[in-house]
Design a protein around this ligand. Structure first.
Ligand SMILES: *Cc1c(COP(=O)(O)O)cnc(C)c1O
Length: 429
């Protein structure tokens, strides 16, 4: 595979952009090799600047559930652009999108639109602290909620990849209010509640930032009970799982109603859009109704909202979509598992709706410690081999993968075939 243009582009980018990338994991730091510079995307495929074609299982890290360049989403965005890029004043579209989200997610009665998942979780935490009157929050080791100071503690994703438990520049005075519990381990949550003055628990109910690790049903149920017992706000961070794991996100898998929910990724259809919402009692503390401040020049941007609204409407209109997506993700993971088994490679796989994950380990993966114990060296080799063969997987062992609606069984089978070849090359090559 010829990648000269990507190599040159990466070198040039590094002169002016830190590490050559605008988000760390794009640099391929944990898997090695040269990040591909992308010229365009179309349906299931990415095309790099050297003209190579890749079957894309990253899909912009989740947002593109209809694949690259979906015609209707493109048209909705272009139509919006004709009317102006941004007004800094309310539009009808924002109300329509808010209604759609509220109608699907229990516990969400009011919403505020923002531009990134980081903003959504940061603002939700501020509101939860104001509501509960307590400063301490609980998050889970390996869950990623964006890069705000309070939440960049034992974060997964890029952080875990680079092996730093938190980031320099985050004052101890902030991080001391973030208590870190173990995923799927209620006793560790209880210990946090007992050791601090906890006003809020934030969790990815279907964790996708330490690989894909869904929470157990009884764990989520127990969290709800503990939050009620201690008067703490339960936040489901569904920036990734919302409209991805199912139309109603994690709520389909757990019959537990959170106090607040954060959204992002899919709700923007590929544009910068996110949201946080919750019950009226909490949300009414938010400015301008209440005194908890939060604002954004481009919040609810009409172009982003148009793209997002079209995505959500398309998702609602196609009743069999999530079943089809899940069957594709399952086909892929079963295929990977078989190819691995044939060659005596230990592999754990997992699927939730259109999300999938795999770990090179013989042991069940229930939390970040389990994930870290998987063979990341083998993962890096696998990633490289797959990329060479035109399969674009997330460049980290601690990320979820995604299928999109344009993917066919033939494409999935092709990826499975490449998985076999890649493992063969790694073992005997
Ligand atoms: C991606 C993600 C975020 C951060 O969203 P950004 O738009 O990248 O700031 C927060 N929480 C979860 C669960 C995510 O997957």
């Amino acid at each position: 595979m010829e990648i000269l243009h990507s190599v040159n582009d990466f070198n040039e980018a590094k002169q002016v952009i830190v590490g050559g990338v605008n988000s760390p994991v794009r640099a391929f730091g944990s898997v090695g090799g040269t990040p591909r510079f992308i010229a365009r995307g179309e349906g299931s495929y990415l095309y790099d600047v050297d003209g190579n074609k890749y079957l894309d299982f990253v899909q912009s890290w989740g947002p593109l559930i209809f694949g690259h360049g979906d015609l209707e989403i493109k048209q909705a965005s272009i139509e919006a652009i004709h009317n102006g890029m941004s007004f800094g004043a309310p539009t009808e579209l924002e109300t329509t999108l808010a209604k759609e989200i509220i109608s699907l997610y229990d516990g969400v009665e009011k919403i505020r639109l923002v531009s990134s998942g980081t903003e959504a979780t940061m603002s939700a935490i501020r509101l939860a602290r104001a509501y509960s009157g307590k400063d301490d929050i609980i998050k889970f080791d390996g869950c990623y909620h964006g890069h705000s100071d309070s939440l960049l503690v034992s974060a997964g994703s890029g952080c875990a990849t680079f092996g730093s438990p938190s980031s320099p520049g985050v004052p101890m005075d902030f991080s001391k209010h973030t208590l870190v519990a173990r995923y799927n381990d209620l006793d560790s949550v209880r210990a946090c509640f007992e050791s601090g003055d906890v006003g809020c628990v934030i969790i990815e109910p279907i964790a996708g930032n330490m690989g894909l690790i869904p929470a157990r049903k009884e764990f989520i149920f127990g969290l709800r009970e503990l939050c009620d017992q201690y008067g703490a706000v339960l936040i489901f961070d569904e920036v990734m799982s919302g409209f991805r794991a199912s139309l109603r996100g994690a709520q389909v898998f757990y019959e537990v109603i959170p106090d607040m929910v954060t959204f992002g990724k899919v709700i923007g259809g590929g544009m910068p859009l996110a949201a946080f919402g919750g019950n009226d009692e909490i949300m009414k503390l938010l400015s301008p109704v209440g005194s908890v401040y939060q604002a954004g020049t481009l919040s609810g941007n009409p172009v982003a909202v148009s793209a997002g609204l079209m995505s959500v409407c398309k998702l609602k209109a196609d009743s069999g979509l999530y079943e089809r997506l899940e069957s594709k993700a399952k086909r892929l993971m079963q295929g990977f598992a078989q190819e691995a088994q044939k060659r005596g490679v230990a592999l754990q796989t997992c699927v939730r709706g259109s999300m999938f994950g795999y770990f090179f380990t013989a042991n069940e993966v229930c939390n970040f410690d389990d994930a870290r114990a998987s063979d990341t060296t083998l993962f890096a080799k696998f990633h490289q081999q797959m990329l060479e063969r035109g399969i674009y997987l997330a460049p980290s062992a601690f990320e979820a993968g995604f299928v999109c609606s344009t993917m066919t069984d033939e494409e999935i089978d092709w990826a499975i075939c490449k998985c076999g070849e890649s493992l063969e090359e790694i073992i005997y090559g």
